[in-house]
Design a protein around this ligand. Sequence first.
Ligand SMILES: [Zn+2]
Length: 243
Amino acid sequence: MAPRSSPLKGQIEPERQCSLDIHGQTVCYGLYRSRRRTIGLSVDHRGLRVGAPLGAALRDIESLLREHGQWVLDKLAHWQAQRAAATLVDGSRFPWLGQPLQLLLPDGLTRSRWGAAELQLAVPAGKAIEPVLRRVLQQRARSLFLARLEIHAARLGVPTPPLFLSSARTRWGSCNSKGEIRLSWRLGHFPLALIDYVVIHELAHLKEMNHGPRFWAIVERLYPDWRWARAELQRQASGLPPL
Ligand SMILES: [Zn+2]
């Protein structure tokens, strides 16, 4: 659920910088008050902004922010990503399969090329780097994920399920009742061991559509170190490059 964002007009007092904790993350926002009747949240180039009626109590503002906590975190992650992605240059580095990958932008390259530790990206003249890079990474992730799905589906004794990609930053994978698996292409930043854990986790849902003991027994059979992987995934998520 997403709160409606309202136009930022009628501001009658200077904006105040505030912060609060949502799901363990410190969220900073600009609070301004005006003759409006409701509290409104929006994210613009300055980040998160909260417009509030003159007399609104801070605790009401904070509880609204907490209520829409996931929306706020997702919007801010997207905002940070856009900001940082704008700084991609020739020679920039980001992790891929847990190793540093260097981005090279040679002039006149017509096809992107993967090296062992570098990616030569073919960016058509006049185009922005980021969308081209994301597409190339998504293609790379897709073929990698398909290969891993095939390997682990065979171990589990099920046919390789259809794969879809998402761009999620915290929900790495999901499996629906049609037996389709969705994986975030951003997993490609992580070491293969963590990708395999997510692949196996979602495959196990083909047999058990829950997180009960039978589900974890299947995961454990295919991936004995799942507890480590689950914790490591959470730890590494905060260092995800802002692409
Ligand atoms: Zn699950």
